[in-house]
Write a protein that binds this ligand. Structure first.
Ligand SMILES: [Zn+2]
Length: 226
């Protein structure tokens, strides 16, 4: 691991900075391993050292408590120089998408916009992290269905309470049409998981205060050793 990598991690990844020295070494190994198995390709842009580090960090943070976790459902991340629309074009209308997990012809690929990758970690406590969001979709998808229930992370007794909590919270969000949770999370169960995970990793204290039960289910999901 080059010295510059450690420096980039320390200066840009709050999660890494807060780890013990021992866990920092484990984190470095895991991002290296991730970058050895997943290609990151710039589309009309150059992938910087920082981009590599940030994308790999966003992949590892949610599954850091699972030492054996390997992403088996992705080969490549396409890094776009700007936001893009659903046809993966960076020009034209509706280019408002920050990240996306591919399907169909783009199976095993993820698309991320470079500005949103950088903003995800620059503003580490605003509750938004596109990289974590998209990797949550992959973790969710790993059990065969992208349904908001990441079965590899959630032990059986917690599955039903989690589904109930998703629906209860989405209903509240829709009724009030206002929430401290990004309203995009009310789109469906999968988006709910991705959105509240961003909240969990960036503003845990606020989530705990406003949604204690939701917080403890997510803590169970991301920290329990299984
Ligand atoms: Zn999403």
């Amino acid at each position: 691991m080059p010295a510059t990598t450690k420096e980039l991690l320390l200066n840009n990844v709050a999660f890494y900075k807060d780890l013990s020295d021992e866990n920092k070494i484990i984190f470095e190994k895991r991002i290296t391993q991730f970058l050895q198995t997943v290609i990151i390709t710039g589309v009309n842009t150059t992938v910087s050292d920082l981009d590599y580090i940030l994308i790999a960090s966003g992949a590892i943070i949610p599954i850091f408590a699972f030492p054996d976790w390997m992403y088996t459902n992705i080969d490549e991340v396409l890094l776009y120089k700007d936001t893009f629309n659903e046809e993966y074009k960076t020009d034209g209308d509706q280019r408002n998408i920050l990240g996306m997990v591919g399907d169909g012809a783009m199976q095993r690929q993820m698309v991320l916009s470079q500005p949103s990758v950088r903003a995800s970690f620059k503003n580490a406590t605003d509750g938004h992290n596109t990289v974590i969001h998209e990797f949550l979709h992959l973790i969710d998808k790993a059990d065969g269905t992208t349904d908001g229930v990441p079965e590899y992370l959630l032990s059986k007794p917690y599955i039903l309470p989690w589904i109930n909590k998703i629906h209860e919270t989405i209903n509240q969000m829709k009724q009030r049409n206002h929430s401290d949770i990004n309203l995009y999370g009310a789109t469906n169960d999968a988006e709910f998981l991705a959105v509240v995970s961003e909240y969990f990793f960036e503003k845990p204290e606020a989530l705990k205060e406003h949604h204690p039960e939701l917080y403890s289910l997510l803590a169970q999901m991301f920290t329990a050793s299984k």
